[in-house]
Design a protein around this ligand. Structure first.
Ligand code: SAJ
Length: 434
């Protein structure tokens, strides 16, 4: 430990979670080494710059690098606390791949010393922290590992998932409550003392397996509830009802809170994490599995509906509003809006225009389709059909007068005042589609 009793920290993985986490720990006064396999990422951070987009992260990283509190390298070095924040993707069968977590553990093991704390933050299937512990135990038989000794262990190992919203990461890393799951209660206590240095939210201790499951459950809960809203929207299209009106009225019930339908579920958490539960308990998860199917199916429903609308108006120019996976962010990963717009562009070519104020150009899959990027003013002046795919504020505030004569397919429900005559016509087309 350093003189002020602040631990030196090594954060493995400098992505959307690892880099903001490293910066916040550094801001709390700890000396932090960020480790990433990418030399380009390491060089960028050592220049005080960042390689990802996140509100206020650039200024924070610049400051802590300038003060000598954060530096980056491609190799792990000795520290007092190790935080692992590497990706846990899944394969085509939806089986979780924890190889990056185990590789990070293998890199950390040789530099561990008695008193060190190892914390896994990556979203992980239940049992991963124990696997990490077993790997460290095998690599370092000289260290007494928690759960492998009756004596006081030399090191502590815990699981602590992040639960932050892209676009609000710095705020939520600091203020959200945290679940801290120790391999043993002592491990949880040690990890808790570390998080108390930079987390203002309540930190609740538990065991590692419960903490792993908690993270998966949070996102599966949201997926299932969004699936209910999306299923309702398809029922409403089929019956010629306005789903937004139905949800608005149903939500007046004191114990009903239906979420918002959309073109499907995007991002890298809610559409992924439920599969980790399904994979761990395939017989026990018909609801979670079905919800995934409903939300993925909604994307194809939107594509089919939009295609029928566009095909029915061969002279109309079409604007797809939005590519991001949700409102007011520039994150296009796993975005249903992007998939819908690209599919329409492949079929209808230059009739399709895309408005995305958060993108400097269209993604690769639009190349050669003939589709072009335009701004919202041009779309409102030149396009006859508007397909709302993302509820960016810049679209939400378009006044009725500027869209009253358009044919609108609003997958996000941002324009409840769209006039009945036009809505009726669009609705008719939508009905034809279902
Ligand atoms: N969506 C809807 N209807 C809704 C709400 C969301 O269609 O009513 C869609 C969004 O448009 C988007 C997707 O769902 O495509 C997910 O968006 P989100 O804002 O609900 O969640 P994420 O993926 O940005 O972040 C989630 C958060 N988890 C929960 O809210 C339970 C966040 O707290 C987690 O940290 C993050 O996943 C993660 O890392 O797991």
């Amino acid at each position: 430990m350093k003189s002020e009793n602040k631990p030196d920290v090594c954060v493995v993985g400098l992505g959307y979670i690892g880099l903001p986490t490293a910066a916040i720990i550094a801001r709390a006064g700890c000396k932090v080494l960020g480790v990433d396999i990418s030399q380009a990422v390491v060089d960028t951070i050592n220049r005080g710059e960042i390689h990802i987009e996140e509100v206020d992260l650039d200024g924070l990283v610049q400051g802590v690098v300038a003060r000598g509190l954060l530096s980056a390298a491609t190799q792990v070095a000795p520290a007092d606390v190790f935080v692992i924040a590497v990706p846990t993707p899944f394969d085509k069968q939806h089986a979780p791949d924890i190889s990056y977590v185990l590789a990070a553990g293998a890199a950390v093991a040789p530099v561990l010393k008695p008193g060190d704390i190892v914390i896994l933050e990556s979203t992980s299937p239940v049992g991963t922290t124990e696997q990490l512990r077993d790997l460290i135990h095998e690599a370092r038989p000289d260290l007494k590992c928690p759960g492998h000794t009756h004596a006081t262990p030399d090191i502590s190992i815990a699981y602590c998932p992040e639960r932050v919203l892209p676009g609000k990461i710095l705020e939520e890393l600091t203020n959200n409550d945290r679940s801290i799951g120790g391999i043993t209660p002592r491990c949880a206590r040690k990890a808790l003392a570390f998080y108390k240095r930079f987390v203002r939210g309540t930190c609740v201790t538990t065991d590692a397996r419960s903490a792993e499951m908690t993270k998966l459950v949070e996102n599966a809960y949201r997926d299932v509830n969004i699936a209910f809203a999306n299923e309702l929207s398809m029922v409403a299209d089929h019956m010629g009802l306005d789903v937004w009106e139905v949800i608005r009225l149903a939500n007046r019930h004191p114990r009903v809170n239906i979420l918002t339908p959309g073109p499907g579920v995007g991002g890298h958490c809610i559409a992924v994490d439920p599969w980790f539960i399904v994979h761990g308990a395939p017989q026990q998860t018909p609801l979670i599995r079905t919800a995934r199917g409903v939300n993925d199916g909604k994307i194809h429903h939107v594509i089919a509906t939009a295609q029928k609308l566009i095909a029915a108006h061969p002279d109309a120019r079409v604007a797809c509003l939005g590519l991001a996976f949700k409102a007011n962010i520039d994150d296009f990963r796993e975005s249903p809006a992007r998939l819908v717009a690209a599919t329409l562009a492949r079929r209808f070519g230059e009739r399709i225009q895309v408005v995305e104020p958060y993108a400097d150009g269209l993604p690769r899959e639009f190349e050669g389709t003939g589709a072009t990027q335009i701004d919202v003013d041009t779309a409102l002046e030149e396009c006859d059909i508007l397909i709302v795919l993302v509820d960016h504020d810049i679209f939400r505030v378009v006044p009725l007068a500027e869209r009253a004569t358009k044919l609108v397919y609003d997958t996000r429900g941002i324009w409840p005042d769209q006039p009945k005559a036009v809505e009726g016509e669009a609705q008719q087309n939508l009905r034809l589609a279902s």
